[in-house]
Design a protein around this ligand. Sequence first.
Ligand code: GLN
Length: 541
Amino acid sequence: MGTKYIFVTGGVTSSLGKGIISASLGMLLKKRGYKITIQKLDPYFNIDSGTLNPYEHGECFVTKDGYETDLDLGYYERFLDQSMTKDNNVTSGLIYKTVIDNERKGVYLGKTVQVIPHITDEIKKCIKKLIEKKNYDIVIIEIGGTVGDIESLPYIETVRQLKWNLGRFNSLVIHLTLLPYISVTGEIKTKPTQYSVRNLMEKGIQADILVCRTEKHITKNIRDKLALFCNIESEHVIESIDTKMIYDLPFLLYKQNFDKVVLNCLKLSTSTSPKLDKWNVFINRYKNPKYKINIALVGKYISLRDSYKSIEEALIHGGTENEVRINIRWIYSGMIKEKNVNKYFDKISGILIAPGFGSRGIEGKILATKYARENQIPFLGICLGMQIALIEFARNVLNIKEADSIEMNPNTIYPVINLMKKQKNLTRKGGTMRLGEWKCSLIKNSKIFSIYGKKEILERHRHRYEFNNDYIHLFSKSGMESVGINNETGLVEAIELKNHIFFLGVQYHPEYSSTITKPHPLFKNFVKASKNYRKSIMYEG
Ligand code: GLN
């Protein structure tokens, strides 16, 4: 059997959840036994997501192979329980750069370099690259943006060409649209979807399946109307109702035979039903928690929750394992002052200091960390969070008042957090941090060792600065131990405070590798410690 392709396009508006729909479909097909992968084609001109502002675009997700990608890849990994690679995310920036570099190398000598065929061919090459490395039954390709956007045109044209070249039953197009609900008249409107499908048709593509995002359930009448106006069978109109819990979505789609309709369109067998037992266990646990606790997430990109998507998800995974429902208290670090710190952490069972860049909000993070340390509140510092824990300890325990990170204060005479040697002469941004999976050896007899249950671990990184090794000894003498080391570089990857119920900092990002069926041990244990710390304090509501 040759590889089959499913293209997922968006219409009417962005942010309808194409990523989650693609991940849900991928999960259902994988659970039926198909070999699946998902690729995201992003229309922006950044080479990767590394240089995008989290406020605008949400979190930057890092793959094992060290690529800074779109946050949708996080959904793919968490839903499929499968690692993505550099090849799973392609941007227009990357495509155009390759074509322009090729032009300079003389690859197209004599030819006029154009969007069609050069850009579209390059997009096809990026799709092909995925299946050359591994044999997949089905590749789901999510096209970023919405149909009609100027910048997504080359992708849409590539879908048209591929659909034609691949022939019937080898590919299909799923179009995700919005059905607005007019509350005054109590009506669901189909016109924007009709226009969007027509827009796609003007570009030579007939959608095969419609997934309609909607606030209210859609009736048979609506399905029939959409079918008639969009040349789509009524059973191919699938509803994607707003749901508070994204993990319900695969089940809601499954109940409407979404995966079956897809497989039928591709002439693939539907004889084995998806094995959803583990998901069911997770959902039941999630919906019936025994405990409820508050965890403070302290960061500076709080206004857009997508900025911390993987952390939010990893907390849910860890919470569910402990039969705990976590209420994340999102705290903007810039607001935390000495006089109000008590107020912010009242009824909090655990404090997590988020990753981040730059100096804004740093002092608030330091105050939050001090509060956790002094009050024996379970603490987890991730990346910048670990660096903050070290600066706080230096200033308030070791009494080095001017201790700092050279990221915030390049002239500090006490650079507890220093720039890595390799980073010193780098001027180019984008893809130049310490990225992807690195080995870490855990010290026996440490808390972190007992959490992982093994000595050697691999975790993903995304940072430029490091704990300055000159200080390791001084810190450890006072109880802040370096408990995880990368043996090749000697860099400290994890720290923990003795005589504290749970105080851990990690230079890496455990949140990226937590999935629904395999919650990350650090989150699992952080939540466990938080639950045990203040079981009695439940959040309201
Ligand atoms: N800004 C810090 C560094 O580059 C931490 C980065 C992060 O938290 N991801 O080292």
